[in-house]
Design a binder for this molecule. Structure first.
Ligand code: FAD
Length: 504
């Protein structure tokens, strides 16, 4: 496949820079075909349809948000579809998509150099190059350690699962939680450094709510997937960067074993101290731990030693321990300020510290005075919100239109599913930043719903809603308007009082 998907349109200026080279000039260049980049390019087209925009992406397919369903003022549910770049170009005729990877950025001269030797000049640039998986330090280049980020990494996982009997999943975030739920028919040892599972998203009480799911038979999926899917041989082909992060149906692609039983062993408050070969286990005289699911002692191709000194054998290890912003291709020779984790620091107009360069999605780190009930989490919702807001800021800096901070940054909101149940997170749902100075109101019905409100002096600061509660809109309002709810006390969650009607 050639690296250029579309010839840039005739209006695009070409500047002669030598006898042989031509440099194409665009008003806007967006790097990255993930949700942040594609949303940014789409919104640039809506705001400034006459301007020439280039979307440069290393991935074959781009990610597009579809079927947007507003759940509340600040929270939308949506699907993420993988689409061929032609679909974007046909929807947004002044957007050109090129499949190429940025290998160097010359911020002073506003020029991008790509893997195929092309140069592109921009007036405004938005970097949406996503993030890379943070792999457990003990992994080195061990071939038995996998991670999940893009289509290609899922293919590798699928191939390994064919003969797997036991896998070790390391990490306690959303990806690890979804994998533990989706993987059936093999034994799973889930290694987490926290006291309880899924600690980034839920509290210990909610973890107990979900715990019975770890060894339950998984319900059959009744509905077929309605989304269109495209399959490619390789996610990024010969380009030196990975494809975009997977969309919400990513676990469907895991195509797991027929047997629907969960067999999960949870190892809490531990980390991986080293990975050993069978020979090393023998040579060092390590005692190998067995599990309640194991019949007789087995030989494994790889072993993991945990910080609690237990040694487990497994077929392979999945590292799901978070991400690192993918900023390094843009740094050489430039003056970007980065966060400790390597994200481009952006101000309240999504601008980096280099002029006319913006960043959005997983690759950036907000460096503005954030509102009390919002914080960054590298999620689809925020990639979309930031991509859209970055487009508005880029356009406003050219058009001179005044632009105010988008309302979506007022309140943290996220809708997801854990263990097949709807989960909605609002505001400071885990008491983030409140230093334990808060009260909790709880309504709990085993296996059905778990509702938690975080309250400070009678005002709601955050909420965690598991199950079909229908309370998200009411609670969003209560967090945003900071109404004093002291007079209701615990009745706020009394199932006999219809608080929805009351507050609407
Ligand atoms: P990406 O989607 O990573 O896109 C980056 C793009 O930049 C890619 O197209 C890449 O090819 C391109 N690129 C990179 N470098 C270059 C370069 N040098 N030149 C040209 N192009 C380049 N979020 C949720 O909200 N809910 C979930 O349940 C959830 N589950 C997840 C499960 C998995 C397995 C993973 C990996 C992530 C999950 N996330 C989830 C997180 C979510 O996917 C990301 O936050 C979001 O996709 C980030 O979007 P992005 O556009 O910033 O980056």
């Amino acid at each position: 496949m050639s690296s250029s998907l579309h010839e840039p349109k005739s209006q695009v200026k070409k500047q002669k820079i030598s006898n042989v080279e031509e440099m194409k000039e665009y008003t806007y260049i967006v790097v990255g075909g993930g949700i942040a980049g594609v949303t940014c390019a789409e919104h640039l087209y809506i705001l400034d349809p006459e301007a020439q925009t280039l979307l440069l992406t290393a991935s074959y397919l781009i990610k597009t948000v579809t079927n947007v369903l507003p759940l509340t003022k600040t929270l939308d549910a949506f699907d993420v579809e993988e689409q061929p770049p032609e679909d974007l170009a046909s929807r947004c005729p002044s957007v050109t998509v090129e499949r190429d990877a940025v290998v160097q950025l010359d911020a002073k001269n506003k020029v991008i150099h790509t893997n195929s030797g092309n140069k592109f000049k921009y007036e405004k640039l938005c970097i949406c190059s996503g993030a890379k998986p943070k792999v457990i330090p003990a992994a080195g280049n061990n071939p038995y350690v996998l991670w999940i980020r893009d289509t290609e990494s899922v293919s590798q996982f699928q191939a390994r699962m064919m003969n797997a009997k036991r896998i070790i999943i390391v990490g306690n975030g959303g990806i690890a939680t979804e994998m533990v739920y989706e993987v059936t028919g093999v034994e799973v040892i889930w290694v987490i450094k926290d006291k309880y599972m899924t600690a980034n998203f839920i509290d210990p009480g909610a973890a107990e709510f979900f715990r019975p799911e770890l060894c339950k038979e998984k319900g059959k999926k009744v509905l077929p997937l309605k989304r269109r899917k495209y399959t490619v041989d390789k996610a990024s082909g010969d380009l030196p960067v990975m494809g975009g992060a997977l969309g919400p149906d990513w676990h469907e692609k895991l195509e797991l074993k027929g047997d629907s039983t969960h067999r999960v062993i949870l190892e809490t408050e531990v980390e991986v101290s080293c990975i050993l070969s069978p020979e090393e286990v023998k040579k060092l005289g390590k005692t190998v731990s067995t599990t309640r699911f194991e019949e007789g002692s087995a030989e494994w191709p790889v072993y993991v030693e945990l910080t609690n000194d237990k040694v487990y054998g497994c077929s392979f290890i999945v590292s799901a321990t978070g991400v690192i912003p993918n900023s390094k291709d843009f740094l050489a020779g430039n003056n970007f300020s980065l966060s400790l984790e390597g994200g481009f620091l952006v101000d309240d107009k999504m601008q980096t510290t280099e002029s006319d360069i913006y960043a959005a999605g997983d690759v950036c780190t907000p460096n503005w005075e954030i509102s009390r009930h919002w914080f960054q989490m590298r999620l689809w919702t925020q990639a979309r919100q930031m991509g859209s807001y970055a487009a508005k800021c880029m356009w406003s800096s050219i058009s001179g239109e005044e632009m105010y901070m988008d309302f979506c940054f007022e309140l943290f909101c996220h809708a997801t599913k854990f263990f097949g149940k709807k989960v909605i997170l609002l505001g400071l749902f885990n008491g983030q930043g409140l230093e334990s100075k808060y009260d909790i109101l709880l309504r709990y019905s085993e296996g059905v719903e778990y509702i938690k409100c975080v309250m400070v002096e009678g005002r709601m600061q955050g909420a965690l809603l598991i199950g079909e509660t229908d309370l998200e809109e009411t609670f969003e309002n209560l967090i945003l308007n900071q109404m004093d709810l002291s007079e209701f006390g615990e009745d706020l969650l009394n199932p006999d009082i219809d608080i929805e009607d009351y507050f609407d």
